[in-house]
Design a protein around this ligand. Structure first.
Ligand code: PEP
Length: 252
């Protein structure tokens, strides 16, 4: 079964409103009628509504970079899944390595966030991946298996149809070090096997697994040649419309 490629642009904590609108306009002009691939932008929270309005009517979708697992309450600085939906988000990143390492999101918290996203009808992009010392210690498979298992094992497979996974080796994020296509494929194939073990072969075959970690216009095509790489989650290179479009067009 052919999986539709999915490419996300994670703008992280960059840009001001004027720059964000200019970037979204540029991306819309270049990619707004993309067929054969899904394109999702993940702007900072304050720009979400503006950017969602800016790309409305095009094929580009918008997502939040994070969410809180509670439905409301005294959680200063946090946002809920329904808030994200109400400003035009279809997707949300869950468990990005920067949330795990900088903000202390544990596997348990990531699991609760995933459930909160699903409860609200947001499509989650669940990020998993190993640290450099874990790779050096040959623990990559163990780490991604643990992250995957703790997030999705207890969720009925029928609720996971919109789940997208992002394999992001932490040592490759923002470092300029990209996993080689073969290194990435090895882990993607393992993740797909793990999905089959947890929830069956048809779920594993249908679920899209993005690669993330210093993806650029120049290395996207090579990564896309691999059979289990179904898309990219792009940080730095998504801040340049032309380069982001090059990445999407490497597959679309
Ligand atoms: C990311 O933010 O998920 C990411 C992969 O960043 P970069 O492309 O800059 O490595």
């Amino acid at each position: 079964m052919a999986r539709v490629p999915v490419i996300g642009g994670n703008w992280k904590m960059h840009l001001d409103l004027t720059e964000a609108v200019a970037l979204a306009t540029d991306v819309r002009n270049r990619l707004g009628s993309t067929r054969g691939a899904e394109v999702i932008l993940f702007p900072p929270f304050p720009f979400l509504k503006t950017i969602a309005d800016r790309v409305e009517g095009s094929s580009i979708q918008v997502g939040g970079q994070d969410l809180h697992f509670e439905k409301s309450g005294a959680f200063t600085g946090a946002v809920t899944a329904t808030m994200l939906k109400s400003v035009g988000c279809s997707h949300v990143l869950v468990g990005h390595s920067e949330r795990r390492s900088v903000f202390g999101d544990t596997d348990a918290v990531v699991g609760r966030k995933l459930l909160a996203a699903l409860d609200a009808g947001l499509k989650p992009v669940l990020c998993i991946g190993e640290l450099l010392e874990e790779r050096k210690g040959n623990q990559t498979f163990q780490v991604v298996a643990r992250q995957l298992q703790s997030a999705i094992a207890s969720i009925p497979v029928g609720r996971l149809a919109d789940l997208v996974l992002a394999y992001e080796p932490v040592w490759a994020i923002g470092t300029g070090l990209t996993a080689s296509p073969e290194q990435a494929q090895e882990v993607h194939a393992y993740i797909r096997q793990k999905l089959a073990d947890l929830h069956g072969a048809s779920f594993a075959t249908a679920t899209r697994i993005q690669y993330g970690g210093s993806v650029k216009g120049s290395n996207a095509a090579g990564l896309f040649t691999q059979p289990d790489i179904d898309g990219m989650l792009v940080g730095g290179a998504s801040l340049k419309g032309e380069e982001f479009a090059q990445i999407v067009k490497a597959r679309a």
